[in-house]
Structures are given as structure tokens and as C-alpha cells.
Design a protein around this ligand. Structure first.
Ligand code: 15L
Length: 278
């Protein structure tokens, strides 16, 4: 643990972000402090360019004693840490499933009640395209990765019902600086909007449990943003500003393309490394 001078001095709400060295962690490091949050950042990887008001912790989320220290004196946790795509089941189980259990457990034992959990659209990735995909579609993971996110959502429900925690599960779409393919014209979640969505999850009054899709106000979006708006999320971006250049380069999606047919897109066809013969 590397204590920083300003930590504890300023009397503002504190949030622990696990997996803070990743892409979304970087967006939240930019986006949450203007809403008044002081950040404690945890990652097994080096966190680039720590600021003077950030407290940095280095280590593995499966280390229970590290987590106990990490959740101490924070008001909320944003749990991002984990493998962010398909992998062999053993690794997914160890890092995403066991790691998420450890984070929820640390909060139950000694930490804050409020958690924002980074779930993923891939928990329901085999959902076929429809007019509007609602958040209560059946769980249909498209990968072991998606399966681990379904576990996280179910675990969140357990910790809410049994232990009185307050947890918002965000089924995040494609959270990047800008859309990377035609599917992401529908699924993009901009850097500013992920911060707005997490802020809504951190502060929604009366929250017990919520599962919401996390995308920007995309003209081509087909995932229901109603539950996220009910949390207080007000998206400000729309991937349509990238449509011209994206479609000029790639054209519209064919209706047989998995990126068109399924909520999880190409993840429905992905195999873990150990199964692909590689
Ligand atoms: C995810 O959950 C992944 O972490 C991310 O890398 C993207 O692939 C995203 O979903 C997506 O569906 O585009």
C-alpha cells in the first residue's frame, strides 16, 4: 500500500476501484473526481501516472487480507477487476468468479454497503436481436467470460437479499474511447457516459439491487436504457457521430452476421484458447 498525503485529509466520499489500471478504470479516474469522489485504486498491474489525490494499492483481488485493507474506510466499491474477454475456464473461475466472491465478501465483512459491479452484455450474449432487449431477458452467457458475469450478478443478488448490501450490476456494452466496429455503433459506451453511469450507481437513493444495460444514447441502440435512467443515468453521447466513417469503411451489418443477430455479437462464436487448438 502506498499512502498518499491527501488521502484522509479531505473530507469527501471515498471509493475503491478494483482493476483500476484497465481502460474503464482510466475513464473513471478522469470522470469520478469532478463529482466529488476521492479514489483508492487497486490493481495487480501497475497503475499509470498516479495523481496526488489517488491512493494506490497493488495486489491480487483473491488476497483476502489485502481486500480487507482495501475496503476499509471507503464509502463504496466499483468492482472492475477481472479478465475482460474469453479465456480458459480455470482462469475465468480463479480470477472472475473467485475474485468477485472475494470482493463481495470483503465488503460484507468490513466494508461499504454500496457496490457498482461491472457486469457485461455477455451475461446475456445469446439473446437474439429484438426491437428492444430488456434487462429481464433470461441469462444466456455467450462465453465462459459471460458465465462469470452471470455468476457476479447472481452473487450480487444474494449479497443484497441476505446481507442488505446495495448493488448495481452494469451490463456494460463496448466501453472504449470510440466505437471500433459497426456493432459498436449500437453498443458503445463513451468514456464520459461510463462515468455518469457509475456515478448514478454510486449515488442512487434507495438502491437495493439493479441490473442495467450500459450504453450511450446511441441512435442504433437496441438495449433498453430505462432501468439505467431510473438509477439516474443521463447519457450524453451517441455513437452515431462515428457512423459515416465506420459504414464507409465496413458497410452495414448483414442480418446473418452474429454482430447483428445476437446481443453479444461475435462472442457467441468465440472459443477459449484451450479449445481452439491454438
Ligand atoms: C465486454 O464485456 C468486453 O470486456 C469488451 O472487451 C468488449 O468486447 C465488450 O464486451 C463488447 O461487447 O463489445
Amino acid at each position: 500500500m502506498r499512502p498518499r498525503a491527501l488521502w484522509r485529509v479531505i473530507n469527501v466520499p471515498r471509493v475503491l476501484i478494483t482493476g483500476a489500471a484497465g481502460i474503464i478504470g482510466g475513464f473513471l479516474r478522469r470522470g469520478l473526481p469532478p463529482s466529488g469522489w476521492q479514489l483508492r485504486l487497486l490493481d495487480i498491474a501497475e497503475i499509470p501516472d498516479p495523481g496526488p489525490a489517488e491512493q494506490i494499492l497493488t495486489g491480487d483481488i483473491r488476497d483476502a487480507s489485502l481486500l480487507t485493507a482495501a475496503v476499509k474506510d471507503v464509502d463504496a466499491v466499483v468492482h472492475l477487476a477481472g479478465i475482460s474477454g474469453e479465456d480458459d475456464f480455470d482462469r475465468i473461475r480463479d480470477i472472475n468468479i473467485d475474485g468477485t466472491y472475494q470482493v463481495f465478501e470483503a465488503c460484507r465483512r468490513a466494508g461499504p454497503r454500496r457496490i457498482v459491479y461491472a457486469s457485461s452484455n455477455h451475461a446475456v450474449g445469446f439473446t437474439p436481436r429484438s426491437e428492444l432487449a430488456t434487462v429481464d431477458v433470461p441469462v444466456r452467457p455467450d462465453t465462459y467470460y459471460g458465465l462469470s458475469k452471470a455468476f457476479g450478478e447472481a452473487a450480487a443478488r444474494l449479497y443484497v437479499d441476505k446481507y442488505g448490501m446495495e448493488i448495481a450490476c452494469l451490463r456494460i456494452g463496448s466501453c472504449f474511447e470510440r466505437p471500433r466496429n459497426v456493432r459498436m455503433l449500437s453498443t458503445w459506451l463513451s468514456p464520459g457516459d461510463i462515468a455518469r453511469l457509475v456515478q448514478a450507481g454510486l449515488t442512487a437513493p434507495g438502491l437495493r439491487f439493479a441490473t442495467v444495460y450500459g450504453i450511450s444514447a446511441n441512435t442504433r441502440g437496441w438495449w433498453d436504457l430505462g432501468p439505467a435512467r431510473a438509477l439516474g443515468y443521463q447519457p450524453q453521447d451517441d455513437a452515431e457521430v462515428f457512423a459515416g466513417e465506420m459504414l464507409a469503411a465496413h458497410g452495414e451489418l448483414d442480418s446473418g452476421d452474429p454482430d447483428y443477430r445476437y446481443l453479444g455479437g461475435r462472442f457467441t462464436e468465440m472459443l477459449p484458447p484451450g479449445q481452439s487448438g491454438g
